[in-house]
Write a protein that binds this ligand. Structure first.
Ligand code: NDP
Length: 503
């Protein structure tokens, strides 16, 4: 039999016993000097790091992005050139539930990708939907409060959700997708992913193009109804993990086709909608999706905590040839995602192996939590500032993107005015959703109204009517059925008439 490795303390000394604590006699008490007992207990207390405020429950795997198309005229990004193969990590998630939440809940799914390119890490931190609930980041923390627990009841509050949504008509598009079949995918491999924001490409000629990223499931879309998911959650709360982990262990590697929509820079002045508005899609007929390649997930993490819980995705991670857009939500996430990781994992979170770039890294950031890579990243202890005379790393002008053409007066522009919050939802409702899916949409919405005060439901119905009279009529009928079945018991929270956010 091969010799087993010997148990040691965390500082490497041999451990004589891992079963019996050190006590003054067989009955106790334990001695304070039994440091191995103290350390074991202290480590247990620290096994959790702060869970993500949103997207706490997740499932992830490693894989590869392969480029088969030709985007070279739009972007100089090496990872997007024909034939490129780039190692990657994907993490899927629900938004609202805590780390122990059941997987099969109706919710938007996060769809976060990290590509370890030779020019640095490129992250796309999207969702399984092409749009989002709000277009102005000022509203984001308030929106998330409505999705998390009520401060007094410590329960989720459908009243808060529908109050906020009914007072924020820009949410209609995402709410409709969330309540449709696509709001409850069977598992992470049976859904699309979208970069959602508008990003930009730039090329060696200094030209900029606006771009949207799409990842189409090659496993096919598959969803559960609310009733089916209730049954599944009664049997397992970890169905997504079982499906993703199991498929990869079986060698049944899931794939997503990668597509982009490209808009010439100046077209953004002409579209009837704001192409940087996260509540809007770019219609396929106007900007047809172009095939780029695919990604495949083919390796499960060896340690979930180290490789998935520690994974830090941020839209701030871009590489030469790929950049941002004026999208206000994207601009805010550039700050807030990286900041969440500084809080959650430590200042130097990108030194944790799963976040570490697979290319040389040189910078002058110094000290702080998680600085585990041997100190300075400059290669010379005298080069700890810049400029210096000690051969420290210098800037690379070839990474300078073309200027972002922006003109405007600094102001707090009303995010309501000049936006059509209804036409694209109408397109979805009229042209895309089949009759049976519409019926499920109506029932899914009415099914969440069991405790929501009437005034809020009526306000939301008025918004559905602006999309299409059939939308309002369908939800109203489904709501009447909930009432007739005795399922409507609105809570008694006092509603003020003064609702200053109402459009
Ligand atoms: P198209 O008819 O060209 O595209 C409709 C798209 O809707 C499909 O290509 C598909 O996108 C998506 N879709 C299909 N079935 C469903 C469903 N059951 N639930 C949600 N989405 C579905 O028209 P437009 O491009 O003009 O879009 C019309 C509406 O479709 C939009 O207002 C938007 O609500 C929705 N949509 C549009 C997308 C876009 O990027 N243009 C993307 C997704 C939805 P996919 O191939 O991405 O699954």
């Amino acid at each position: 039999m091969a010799d087993k490795s010997k148990l040691t303390t965390t500082s490497g000394a041999p451990v004589p016993s891992n079963q019996d604590s050190q006590t003054a006699g067989p009955r106790g008490p334990v001695l304070l000097q039994d440091y191995q007992l103290l350390e074991k207990l202290a480590h247990q207390n620290r096994e959790r790091i702060p869970e993500r405020t949103v997207h706490a429950k997740g499932w992830g795997a490693h894989g590869v992005l392969k480029i088969t198309g030709d985007l070279s005229k739009y972007t100089k990004a090496k990872a997007l050139q024909p034939g490129a193969e780039t190692p990657m990590l994907a993490r899927f998630s629900t938004v609202a539930g805590e780390a122990g939440a059941a997987d099969h809940e109706r919710d938007v799914r996060g769809f976060a990708l990290k590509f370890y390119t030779e020019e640095g890490n490129w992250d796309l931190v999207g969702n399984n939907t092409p749009v989002f609930f709000v277009r102005d980041p000022y509203k984001f923390p308030d929106f998330i409060h409505t999705q998390k627990r009520h401060p007094r009841t410590n329960m989720r509050s459908p009243t808060a959700m529908w109050d906020f949504w009914s007072l924020s008509p820009e949410s209609l598009h995402q709410v409709t997708i969330l309540m449709s079949d696509r709001g409850l995918p069977q598992d992470p491999t049976r859904m699309n992913g979208y970069g959602s924001h508008t990003y930009s490409f730039w090329n060696d000629a200094g030209e900029r193009y606006w771009v949207k990223f799409h990842f189409k499931t090659e496993q096919g879309h598959a969803h559960y109804t609310n009733a089916e998911s209730e049954e599944i959650v009664g049997k397992t709360r970890e169905g997504y993990q079982e499906a993703l982990y199991g498929k990869i262990e079986d060698g049944n590697f899931p794939r997503w086709k990668m597509q982009v929509q490209i808009m010439p820079e100046m077209d953004a002045e002409k579209t009837s909608y704001n192409p940087f508005d996260l509540t809007k899609v770019w219609p396929h007929a106007e900007y047809p999706p172009i095939d780029v390649g695919y990604f495949e997930l083919n390796r499960n993490p060896d340690n979930y905590f180290a490789e998935i819980e520690n994974a830090a995705f941020s839209p701030s991670n871009i590489v030469p040839g790929i950049s941002f857009s004026p999208d206000k939500m994207l601009q805010a996430r550039i700050f807030s995602y990286a900041d969440a990781h500084r809080h959650r994992l430590g200042t130097h979170y990108d030194q944790i192996p799963v976040n570490r770039p697979q290319c040389p890294v040189h910078h002058y950031n110094k000290d702080g939590a998680m600085n585990v890579m041997g100190g300075l990243q400059t290669g010379n202890p005298n080069a700890y500032y810049e400029p210096n005379s000690f051969g420290g790393p210098v800037e690379d002008k070839s990474a300078q993107e073309p200027p972002l053409k922006i003109s405007g007066d600094a102001d707090r522009y009303d995010h309501r005015t000049g936006h059509d919050d209804y036409s694209q939802v109408r397109d979805l409702f009229v042209k895309v959703l089949e009759a049976d899916e519409k019926e499920r949409l109506f029932a899914n919405i009415a099914g969440t109204w069991g405790s929501v005060p009437e005034v809020i439901c009526e306000r939301q119905l008025a918004e559905f009517k602006k999309v299409h009279p059939d939308y309002e009529a369908g939800v109203r009928k489904a709501w009447e059925k909930v009432k007739a079945d005795g399922g409507y018991k609105p809570n008694a929270a006092p509603i003020t008439e003064d609702t200053p956010q109402t459009a």
